[in-house]
Design a protein around this ligand. Sequence first.
Ligand SMILES: O=c1[nH]c(=O)c2[nH]c(=O)[nH]c2[nH]1
Length: 293
Amino acid sequence: MTTVLGHNQYGKAETRVVRITRDGDTHHVRDLNVSVALSGDLDDVHYHGDNTKVLTTDTTKNTVYAFAQDGGIASPEEFALRLARHFTGSQPAITSARIRIEEYGWSRTGETGHSFVRDGGEIRTAQIRLDGAGCEVVAGLRGLVVLNSTGSEFRGFVKDPWTTLPESRDRVLATEVEARWRYGRHDGDGEPDWDAVHRRSRAALLDAFADTYSYSLQQTLYAMGSRVVDAGPEVDEIRLSMPNKHHFLVDLAPFGVANPTDTGAVYFAADRPYGLIEGTVLRDGAPARLPTD
Ligand SMILES: O=c1[nH]c(=O)c2[nH]c(=O)[nH]c2[nH]1
């Protein structure tokens, strides 16, 4: 044999499940996209086509639906933990489970208690990894688009022969935040209130973006990450990926039209290329475990 099997995992990806809970006339919606990835003692299926230890991907999909009905979906993190514990606890061959969940938010509209409007582009995320070493929970969001129309400068940077960017003392700062935060390790007792920590972390990101006078997007990123870690004891590490959504002043001089930033200006919102600013903020002494690529 010239090859050996390396890391492998399998499961049903992107099971879309919507759980509606009826509390009298007031209904609640949880709308998830669930991806299951299992691994363990699975050499035989890869080397010999022996399916004896294979819990089918079809079964993992059915389990997602059945668990959503029986027990409901308290939060993406709780649901993912319940699934991971089930797969590793019921199948001797399965020693590790990674459950990834995206949640699409719905807000109430009208007076009915059963009418909803889908939230904009923002997506809540959660990932559980459960194996012999314990359980790691990474949660976050993406698609959170924010803009400061002042309170942002960018100057004092390196000038080499290829630098053309003018210094700015008053620019638009806009980004689309992708955040992943890692909870401290725990083995099931005293689990955090996942929804509450998510709300608090999102609010911390927005507050820090709004009230940091920015000298660079890097500085704003660090302020946002620190605010999330400092907001409570649960989150040890956060990684932020923030594209600089450049707003360039349009040159209206050829038309004899002024474009002054102090009274109101017209910008070109460029979509690419964009600066991509990424960084991790850690609780002092916490290990860096979030992937950096
Ligand atoms: O906040 C910024 N950081 C940079 O590193 C950078 N580079 C650039 O061209 N514009 C900006 N803005």
